[in-house]
Ligand binder design. Sequence first.
Ligand code: HEC
Length: 184
Amino acid sequence: MSRLVTMTVGVVAAVVAALSYSAFSVAADDAKSAGTAKDDAYAAKVWSYMAENGLIGEGRIRSFPFVGSRPHGSIQEFIATEAVIDGQRGRLLIKHNYGAEEALTPKSVYAAGPDENNEPLAIMFQREEGYDPDNNNWFWAEYNPDGSVFNYQGANLSGRAPLCIGCHTPLGGKDREILNGSAK
Ligand code: HEC
């Protein structure tokens, strides 16, 4: 009897393992992945595009700094443009974040040099139809100053990052954009 129970448990465990393995391989592939090597590689392409098109780095295009909120910088610069990544054209939203020091203002933000007080650069790139239809097909990423993907509490912030979507859904509404003022 006890042997039968052990065997049954063993079979159930194997089935559960097989199920979760297949769930994992789908997740790691196309459905809702975030922070995988593939997501980081795509984030690197967006970074290269921004570097080649004067959107980051020395002499980059600037926009007027404004007071923003957490978790992004206390002072921010925002640019909305279009980019072509892997042959696909889409909207690209870029947000430079400053705020390592307290009491920064739009006027004082560059006092120590434009590269001081940096906080992770945040982007949203609108990918092809079907990439993430529930969330307006945005690819999300945050970067360290050297272009590597920012890691927050053990998760690389790239791809369909649940952290980003979790806040941009209630605050940004259907299109998941917050600064455009449409919360619906
Ligand atoms: C806790 C809430 C919250 C989380 C989490 C969050 N954001 Fe945001 N995000 C905001 C707010 C609020 C704004 C509007 C600017 C401001 O006031 O900071 C914003 C604006 C933006 C913008 C400018 C476009 C827009 O939607 O207005 C980008 C790009 C952006 N966030 C990227 C990201 C990325 C990438 C992540 C995840 C790595 C992320 N955000 C996580 C709250 C959040």
